[in-house]
Design a protein around this ligand. Sequence first.
Ligand SMILES: [Zn+2]
Length: 118
Amino acid sequence: MHETGLSEAIVEAAVRRAAGRRVTGLRVRIGGHVVDPEVVTQGIQVASAGTVVADAAVDLVLEPMTVRCHDCGRGSPVHDHLAMVACPGCGSVDIEITGSDDVVLESITVDAVGAGAL
Ligand SMILES: [Zn+2]
């Protein structure tokens, strides 16, 4: 499943960034994809088992793509598939879909107090 690879990539990036410290929180930005946040969160929890990320709270930031209409010039976020077909403002199909399709590990929170105590 697509989300599984996604979750594994996020955990890998977090582990690398943590450099041995225990991670208490992850902030992940998901652009473009229409994903189920629960599936991604669960995937991260599964993929992080046994790593320093295992007990981290997962904070997902979903950034939908935006659609730009060539007819009325309106730009709006894409919330459903219909908005990718026609402009939500005027109904024109002369639209352009923009926005990043990236999944980015935005930040991690590490347990600074616990570091070295283990
Ligand atoms: Zn329009």
